[in-house]
Every structure is written in C-alpha cells, then in structure tokens.
Design a protein around this ligand. Structure first.
Ligand code: NAD
Ligand code: WQD
Length: 341
C-alpha cells in the first residue's frame, strides 16, 4: 500500500465506502474530516472491513493551516474531495453556510494541492448541476445549462468551474468531476452505511426509517408527474458501485500523460419511480410500508437519469448492483443500526 490518497470527508456516507474500495486496490487512504455530518463509529466499521485503522485528521478543511499539516505528513498521490454540506433545502435557508464550506473548502484544498504539486484530483459533483431540465430524460455530460434551483447546486457548478480554471492555469493537473446521480444502499456486510443526522431528506433513508419506526409515515411528493405511474423517476446508484467509480477515476488519471479536466456521470443509466422503489422495499422487508401521497416538492424534476456511456468508455466503469440489491443492503444496515441503539 504505497499510494497515500487524501480523502476529505472520508468519514461520510460515500467517503467511507470509497475508503474501503481504495484499500482493496492497494491505495492507502488518509481521512480529513471534522465529523460535522458523520459519527466516529464509522471508523470501527471501516477498520473491520480493511483490517487496520486508516489515519484520521479531525480538521475543518477550510482551515488551510491545519490542512497543510496533513499535506506535510504524506507524499499524496492523489486527492478525492468529498467534504461539503449537501442538504438542498438547508442551502436555500442558509446559502452562506454552503458558499463558505463548499467553495471555501475547495479553494483551501486547491491552494495546497498546487503548493505540494498533488496533481490527481477527483471531485464530488452531482447531477444537480443539470438543474431544471426541460423534458424528462437521460442526461449527457454536455446537457448542463438548466436553471439551478438551490445554492447547494450552485456550489457544485461553481466548484466544477473553479477546477476547470485552476486546471487551465496549472496544465499538469488531471481532474475528474464525478457527477453522482442518487446514491443509495450500504456495504453488503452491513458494517458501514448512511448515518443521516436528523430527519432524512432523501427517499431511501426515509423509507427504511419509516419501516423501522423512527419516522411515522413516508410522504410521496406528487402523483401527477408525466411518468408512467405519476411519481418521479431517478437513477439510483448503489454506493459501492459509486465508490468503485472513484477507484476507476484515479486509475484513469494516473494513466494519463497529459493534464486535463473532465466531467463524468456516475449513474446506472436506468430510472426507477418512487412507487417502484416502495414496491421493491415491501418485497424485501416482507411488510407493508406506511406511506401516502403529498403535494409535489418544490424544485423536483419529473424524471432524470444518467447517460452512463462516458464512464464506461473513459473510466472502464459501469454499475453492477441492482436497485433491489441496494435497497436490500440499506435495509440490512438500518436493522443493524437499530440493534446497536
Ligand atoms: P456526507 O455528509 O455523509 O459526507 C461528507 C463528509 O464531509 C462528512 O463526514 C462531513 O463531516 C465532512 N465535512 C463536511 N465539511 C467539512 C469540512 N469543512 N471539513 C472537514 N470535513 C467536512 O455526504 P455524502 O453523501 O457522503 O456526500 C459526499 C460528497 O458527495 C459531497 O460533496 C456531496 O455534495 C456529494 N454528493 C452527494 C450525493 C448524495 O446524494 N449523497 C449526491 C451527489 C453528490
Ligand atoms: C428522490 C425522489 C422526491 C423524500 C437529491 C439532491 C441531488 C443529489 C441527490 C446531492 C424525489 C421523492 C423524497 C421523501 C419523496 N444530491 N421523495 N419523499 O431530490 O432526486 O436528489 O440527492 O448532490 O442534488 O437533490 O433525491 O432522495 O431527495 O428524492 O417522495 O420523503 O423521492 O420528491 O422525487 P433527489 P431525494
């Protein structure tokens, strides 16, 4: 394991699964996370899965001085930048929190990447950069330009622009913006998964928490969308497939002889409606879910899923797990969490 990789936000949902995937491919992950949206307990699960405790620096990455101490300790071969705030609704209420952390954190990190010449960078972007697409469809990487309906979405879009400008000024840098669609699920072992702090905003954690009794009832936002069953369609991607995409992205940029920056969709290329997700969940959990229809949620698009061709061609990556697998693993994780508490 001779390749130390800096993982900002490595204690979080996607970061923790990526730490495990990296170790399986011989990388040495070094985590920088201040646990503002994660629990130290995740480190126990990581340790059980990889057989050792990776170095963890409990710092705010916006604090460049603190972050520099981490850069001084390791000869990093790459950076995966997850650390950010991610709640769409909260970002509308507290936009400055999002600009401060998501933009400030990126600028702090890039200043040090430049100083220490760490030229391989993978950035957590999001399908949110497509904004309000005009029709229900598959999106390709060039389909940006839709109205961005939250400050969170703006931070991801500006983040990509900052990286692009930075790369032009530092042509030796090799940068990949991974645009995740809807990550769900947990590690099949049930040892790590998502720890939503407070009331979940995303669909699947709300479903599993309702089934386990932490929430009373799932509200399905809208039944009159122009989709076959009237509910919204999303591209749900298993978090372990998503974690693998980061390993493939690192391999890709390591093999490149020239600098550059690219945006790549990370999705399955298939859409699933909310009612289909509920049906799959009920089959897996073998019990009915308490849910009802509600008004549409402002800002939701009817249907969006990835064109995943670029990831296949460029990164040699494609999703392997099904939505059913992901729901099964999320349910196993929820049961484990409940047994611990
Ligand atoms: P998460 O909140 O579980 O993980 C983020 C981690 O970063 C947390 O552990 C948090 O404590 C840490 N963090 C945040 N700001 C920090 C700072 N200033 N200094 C140090 N640590 C900090 O979120 P996630 O779901 O794992 O998302 C990871 C990344 O992927 C984020 O950038 C998010 O915007 C992006 N993303 C997530 C989704 C999703 O649905 N989960 C979809 C698309 C993109
Ligand atoms: C999925 C569908 C809801 C909760 C979000 C971010 C996006 C990206 C991925 C970060 C929608 C419906 C949900 C509930 C419901 N994240 N729903 N009842 O909005 O597609 O994407 O996560 O970058 O930027 O916006 O995901 O899980 O919130 O919703 O009916 O209690 O489930 O309306 O149609 P979304 P989601």
């Amino acid at each position: 394991m001779d390749k130390p990789i800096l993982i900002t936000g490595g204690a979080g949902y996607i970061g923790s699964h990526t730490v495990v995937a990296l170790v399986q491919q011989g990388y040495y992950p070094v985590i920088a996370d201040d646990f503002r949206n994660s629990y130290r307990k995740v480190l126990d699960g990581i340790k059980e899965l990889i057989g050792f405790e990776p170095p963890v620096f409990e710092i705010d990455i916006c604090d460049q001085k603190e972050l520099e101490l981490v850069f001084e300790k390791f000869d990093f071969k790459g950076i995966i930048h997850f650390a950010a705030d991610k709640a769409v609704g909260e970002s509308v209420q507290h936009p400055l929190k999002y600009y401060h952390n998501n933009i400030g954190g990126l600028v702090s990190l890039l200043s040090l990447a430049q100083k220490f010449k760490i030229e391989n960078i993978v950035f957590s972007s999001s399908c949110t950069v497509y904004g309000e697409i005009s029709s229900n469809r598959e999106v390709k990487e060039e389909d940006t330009g839709g109205h961005l309906n939250s400050p969170y979405g703006v931070t991801k879009w500006i983040g990509e622009q900052i990286l692009q400008d930075f790369q032009v000024a530092n042509p030796e840098f090799k940068i990949i913006n991974l645009r995740y669609f809807n990550p769900i699920g947990a590690h099949p072992s049930g040892l790590i998964g998502e720890y939503p702090i407070g009331r979940p905003n995303n669909l699947l954690p709300f479903i599993t928490q309702t089934a386990i009794g932490k929430q009373d009832q799932l509200k399905v936002f809208g039944n009159d969308y122009p989709t076959p069953d009237g509910t919204c369609i999303r591209d749900y991607i298993h978090v372990c497939d998503l974690a693998e995409a980061h390993v493939h992205a690192l391999h890709f940029i390591e093999g490149k002889t020239q600098g550059g920056s690219e945006a790549v969709n990370v999705g399955t290329g298939r859409g699933t409606s909310i009612l289909e997700v509920i049906q799959l969940f009920e089959e897996i959990s073998e019990k009915p879910l308490n849910w009802k229809f509600e008004e549409r949620r402002p800002g939701d698009v009817a249907s969006i899923y990835a064109n995943a061709e670029k990831a296949k061609k460029l990164l040699n990556w494609e999703a392997h797990y099904t939505v059913k697998d992901a729901i099964e693993h999320a349910w196993k994780w929820e049961i484990n969490l409940n047994n611990e508490n």
